[in-house]
Design a protein around this ligand. Sequence first.
Ligand SMILES: [Zn+2]
Length: 545
Amino acid sequence: MPLPKADLVLRNGRIWCGLDSGFVESIAIWRGRVLATGKESEIASLIGPATRKVDLAGRLAIPAFNDNHMHLLPLGMSMVEVDVRATEVRTMEALLGRIKAAADKAAPGEWVVGRGYDHFELDLKRHPLREELDLVAPHNPVYIKRTCGHVGVANSLALQAGGIVEESPNPQGGALERQNGRLTGLLMETAQRLVGTVIPKPSVAAMVDGIQRAGQECASYGIASVMDANVGARCGMDEIAAYETARRLGRLPVRTYMCLAGGPAGIVETAYARGLVTKAGDDMLKIGPVKVFTDGSAGGRTAAMFEPYEGGDDHDKGILVYKDEDVRDMVLDYHGKGYQMALHGIGDHAIQICLDAVENAQARIPAADRRHRIEHCGFMSDQQIDQMARLGMSPAPQPIFMYDFGDLYISVLGEERAATGYPMRRWTSAGVRPAASTDSPVCSINPFVNLYATVTRKTSRGTVLGGQERLDVAEALHAMTANGAYVSFCEADKGTLAPGMLADVAILSRDVFTCDPEAIRHDTRCDVTLRGGVASFDRHGEMAA
Ligand SMILES: [Zn+2]
């Protein structure tokens, strides 16, 4: 039977279809899926009078990116917070100026929330003080979060709203910083919740706006699929409602796999009672795994390690969120209910607890092809990688952490241990499938920085950290596309550009296979993103009729 005429044909460039299939000259798309790929002469017969022809003009097209560990809704909400990132403000005066401008516009009593400052990058090399925030925003509670998300600064009205007084004790797992016995406003780790829980929660309508805003941002980088890695963590089931509403209104720009907040404060009991188990949904919006945190972060010295942190005593090995048996019981429960797991584990000790919990669950209730995941999965031994492979598990790492935090890792872990982190090569060799992702808004959603970090293992200061863990460009793109599809059970539909697959395509401004690696990071853009053959982003308007 002859093939139908294509709706859309891309030609006159290079199209990378995937790790196994390599490059073709042209691709034909029909009804949202790939109709055929091949030489330009082969595809020519599929061009009819109504076929739209896109001239790649030497550019590269690839399967659209799949960022399978990021936080879409928080990214969208953060985009309307006051931006005090180091890329925006370099001085304390500039930072305070931005807060003042926002407070001047706000009604008295309205919260002003800022995000992303980095005191190391500010001229004064310190956090803002609560009094400084009081001066620029005397009538508004203010809370600004450091780029890492682990600490933040509140002004006096915000402290008051959170019920924090000078005599308040440090909460379990957190601290209220004091200087000369007086609160500075700096809240660390769990102490942030005292303020975080009184910042008014967004309405479902505001969350729909946030989802759309963040989804458009993703599309502008060639991303067609994401996993939101902690749905329900802040606003419970309302977050699911916001996603469903966004989807029904056509305001969900990216295919979204929803990882449900697990644990005692999560939404899994409610979700399960409504039939929302892993894989429920369709190719735009689907229920994903259950998230359980087992430790903190390496940069914050809270990832649970077997060996102490640099310069620390014997007890300085990070924190475990739960007792081993609690993790084991939770995993057994969720596994028994049919969920995929997404266990946050960064230190080798935490990772061991995750692996053993899955091993136990699979022994008690064998379930083939469950694809349990370890999120981040930073620091692990070869033996642990073997166990992971044996259990059919996958890591969901952030190579971009090496770029953003690599120098910090050297200082807290020592260079040798830091260099073993995020072992993309060891994983690939062991046959596990790392789904390279960004954890945005922790790191930039920009996939080109992630790609750069994967192929160079360079930190932002240019230090090569663990060069033996480099992947080549094809392997790295595979980790950012096909592996993301695999860990979300979608590899039959996306991640490669074979006939029959969804026509999710990114057209890049340059050929990342042939350019200098430095140009990948600082001079590569996405020009067009297709999701199901339709443009979800079109930088130059070339897809317009
Ligand atoms: Zn995350």
